[in-house]
Design a protein around this ligand. Structure first.
Ligand SMILES: Nc1ncnc2c1ncn2[C@@H]1O[C@H](COP(=O)(O)OP(=O)(O)O)[C@@H](O)[C@H]1O
Ligand SMILES: [Mg+2]
Length: 268
């Protein structure tokens, strides 16, 4: 139902994808994961909250804006089975975004309350990198969100990736796992070449005490799919990336819904 935040108490699991910096493939992972869940028959929605670097409309091949009904309620367009709301629908692509904290807060609130989301099983949130107003607002609106951190394999990137974990801790959200992206390139010889080094995802997961959900290979088709609006998991459902995303999805599914919803019930 619109008019109230449907994600406060509903059975929807909110999965927020976060990273310490841009360019690690957060939006690509969010998009392919969301489409994987849709392909599994789940009701899936996505909120592209990376207000300065929105890219999900293009990645999901969505070029129409939300439909407005009754003067207020937005019906999100969908792509590949994923209902999407993005800042990108409201800002021309060639225009610099000068939105500041309070306006963003209001906009995000509207995206959650004035959008007819239905009752999705999963809401994926593409978070802006780093800490800041948007993360704080989202945590306030989506207090049950579970955070998945996307990182790259080089051990030196972990300091940056930990910023995302620090952000989650600051706004009191649980980190449930890590996804390592661009982990290796598989050559025609079948060998996995670890171009960006190795071990970063595992090290970060270990440090945070959460599982490493998966290692996504570096594949040209993944980038092409993002540019053309046909996600690789849809274009090649039997391929290696699709298998990796299916494995990640299974592990997210297996995470028990957040054990403790209310602070006052916390034991320690
Ligand atoms: N596993 C991958 N294989 C090949 N290209 C990738 C992969 N992950 C991301 N990319 C490409 O890298 C660039 C940055 O990815 P993107 O998802 O936009 O990162 P972020 O959201 O973290 O800024 C994009 O051009 C994307 O297509
Ligand atoms: Mg992005």
């Amino acid at each position: 139902m619109a008019g109230e935040n449907p994600f406060q108490h509903a059975s929807t699991r909110v999965i927020a994808l976060a990273s310490g910096k841009g360019g690690v493939g957060k939006s690509s992972v969010t998009t392919n994961l969301a489409v994987t869940f849709a392909r599994m028959g789940k009701q899936v929605a996505a909120l592209d909250a990376d207000v300065w670097g929105f890219s999900m409309p293009r990645m999901l091949g969505v070029d129409q804006s939300p439909e407005v009904v009754d003067d207020r309620i937005m019906v999100p367009p969908s792509g590949h089975g994923v209902r999407l709301i993005s800042m990108g629908f409201f800002v021309p692509e060639d225009q610099a975004v000068i939105w500041r904290g309070p306006m963003l807060h209001k906009a995000l609130e509207q995206f959650l309350t004035d959008v007819d989301w239905g009752e999705p099983d999963y809401l994926f949130v593409d978070m802006p990198p780093g800490t800041g107003d948007v993360s704080l607002s989202l945590a306030q609106f989506l207090p049950r969100a579970e955070v998945v951190i996307v990182t790259t394999p080089q051990p030196a990137a972990q300091a940056v990736a930990q910023r995302a974990a620090a952000m989650a801790a600051k706004v009191e959200l649980d980190v449930i796992g890590v996804v390592e992206n661009m982990s290796y390139f598989r050559g025609d010889d079948g060998k996995a070449y670890e171009i960006f080094g190795s071990g970063g995802g595992e090290e970060l997961a270990g440090r945070l005490g959460v599982p490493l959900f998966g290692r996504v290979p570096l594949v040209p088709e993944l980038r092409e799919g993002g540019d053309s609006g046909l996600p690789v998991v849809e274009a090649d459902p039997e391929g290696e990336p699709a298998r990796v995303f299916t494995e990640i999805a299974a592990q997210i599914e297996a995470v028990a819904p957040r054990r403790i919803y209310r602070k006052e019930l916390r034991l320690s």
